[in-house]
Design a protein around this ligand. Structure first.
Ligand code: ZN
Ligand code: ZN
Length: 175
């Protein structure tokens, strides 16, 4: 979806609202279980176009412990600012800085809503998603999912400074 900013760009003090109900942007690298929902507010302050709002999507994530896919809601707060500048008779919307990521967001006074969703949802993507805070994970020996089954493997050897010390002592007694 592209949002035409021409009208709000030329009207100082104007507010506008847009409702977002869009399929997941295909280039986001995430599978969504539902449409992306949200709302953005736009305000023309005279020199800036201020955009604020939020987007919510149910995305499919893989648990970092048991590797099972699960759906989780991702919610991103959006705060963006763009520069308003007169270009002849019209007013153009530009990124605050040229090398800013926002250069991808506006072009010819059109706001790329897909790109807005993509950038902001990726920011709140958990680094190591967990299907549950208490996920028991996989057995490091046999790979069994310990959330749904028990296995007969002995508990893994714990690496502690004392086990290293014990190895050293073993070496000395052998020598
Ligand atoms: Zn898990
Ligand atoms: Zn096991």
């Amino acid at each position: 979806m592209k949002l035409d900013l021409t009208e709000i760009a030329k009207t100082i003090g104007m507010h506008a609202e847009a409702t977002i109900d869009e399929p997941c942007p295909p280039d986001m690298g995430l599978e969504c279980e539902s449409n992306v929902h949200g709302k953005v507010k736009l305000t023309n302050t005279g020199t800036l176009l201020v955009l604020s709002g939020e987007v919510i999507a149910d995305v499919k994530l893989e648990c970092g412990r048991c590797l099972v896919d699960f759906a989780a809601p991702l919610k991103a707060e959006i705060e963006e600012q763009f520069r308003l500048e007169h270009v002849g008779d019209a007013v153009g919307v530009f990124p605050l800085e040229e090398e800013d990521e926002n250069t991808l967001l506006v072009n010819n006074n059109l706001l790329d809503v897909d790109e807005l969703i993509r950038q902001n949802l990726l920011l709140v993507l958990p680094i190591r998603p967990l299907c549950d805070e208490d996920c028991a994970g996989l057995c490091p020996t046999c790979g069994e999912n310990l959330n749904t089954a028990k296995c007969e493997c002995p508990p893994p050897k714990v690496d502690s400074p004392f086990s290293v010390l014990a190895d050293l002592l073993d070496d000395e007694t052998e020598a």
